[in-house]
Ligand binder design. Structure first.
Ligand code: PBG
Length: 331
């Protein structure tokens, strides 16, 4: 799991003198941008690397669930505008927040090695979901987490929880929730692993496509001074993680791809083989479809298509129709 792509050994005149990284300003986003900055600084010691912090619409709108205000694109659009205008060269994202289809003219130059992809149970008073008394309030705004919890623990009450990690932990600590569910990766990166009371078994709480992975987005083609950003960033790519997330994102894309439906997709890679598991459900968790398959690591998108076909055979379309009705009733 730790091999990196071979370094491209760029001719020295093509290594950049200056790189600007666009990032959201949340503590997690900044940690991730600094991580990329430090890795690039080690590769290109003569390059001056800075971080341009930005606020996105996704950070500003905190009173509605993401699925209602337009989905994942809200976290990346401003960063793409900065790249298109030449104010930044690359953007660092949590891959989970990156839409399945990037706008024309942008691509993912690197997918970094994945951190723990699992969901984490976080609480000051309880050790696990199973410990919560009936009626206890659990915070999450993820439809996937909501459906998975409702299916196994229908006696719990799920309430929306938005905002960056510090905001969410603050709401838990003020007693607004008995427990909250967060990605383990974010807590680990922020140096808060002690907040994790239990990691949820992926067999019960299958992770979201891309969870725990970071990606670097660039504008396609060479920079105006001829610097090939793709080649510059290639050494940061982690091949196994890229293959896993390509398979996961294929499933997301086939099922309509944003926060609108409860959908999980998680792949593991073992050398030349990979295994993909995926699930779709109704938001109340009462109906769900699950499928899994193994295949060659070199054809992740094919595996994604095959697993999606298995889900469809299990009536996934009927589940999605229920979700769409819910969405229409909300509107
Ligand atoms: N939707 C927000 C988001 N995007 C990425 C992460 C965590 C880090 C990751 O998955 O890489 C989180 C927070 C969470 O789900 O708890």
């Amino acid at each position: 799991m730790t091999q990196q792509e071979p370094s491209p050994r760029l001719p020295s005149q093509l290594t950049p003198q200056k790189l600007i990284i666009a990032s959201r300003e949340s503590r997690l986003a900044m940690w991730q941008a600094e991580h990329v900055r430090d890795r690039l600084a080690a590769l290109y010691p003569d390059c001056q690397i800075s971080i341009l912090g930005m606020t996105t619409r996704g950070d500003q709108i905190l009173d509605r669930t993401l699925s209602k205000v337009g989905g994942k694109g809200l976290f990346v659009k401003e960063l793409e505008v900065a790249m298109a205008e030449g104010r930044a060269d690359l953007a660092v994202h949590s891959l989970k927040d990156v839409p399945m289809d990037l706008p024309e003219g942008f691509e993912l130059a690197a997918v970094l090695e994945r951190e723990d992809p699992r969901d984490a149970f976080v609480s000051n008073d309880y050790a696990s979901l199973a410990d919560l008394p009936p009626g206890a309030v659990v915070g999450t705004s993820s439809l996937r987490r909501q459906a998975l919890i409702a299916a196994r623990y229908p006696q719990l009450v799920i309430k929306p929880l938005r905002g960056n990690l510090d905001t969410r932990l603050g709401k838990l600590d003020r007693g607004e929730y008995a427990a909250i569910i967060l990605a383990a990766a974010g807590l680990i990166r922020l140096g808060l692993p002690q907040r994790i009371r239990a990691v949820l078994d992926p067999g019960h709480s299958l992770p979201a496509a891309g969870q725990g992975a970071m990606a670097i987005e660039v504008a396609s083609g060479a920079r105006s001074d001829g610097v090939d950003l793709q080649a510059i960033l290639a050494p940061l790519n982690h091949a196994d993680t890229r293959h896993a997330v390509l398979a996961e994102r294929k499933v997301s894309k086939i099922f309509g791809g944003s926060c609108q439906i409860p959908l999980a997709a998680h792949a593991t890679v073992d050398g030349a083989r990979m295994h993909l598991r995926a699930m779709v459900a109704t938001p109340d968790g009462t109906r769900s479809a699950f499928a899994e398959l193994s295949g060659p690591s070199g054809q992740p998108e094919l595996l994604g298509e095959q697993v999606s076909a298995l889900l469809e055979q299990q009536d996934a379309q009927a589940i999605l129709a229920v979700c769409k009705q819910d969405a229409a009733a909300d509107a």
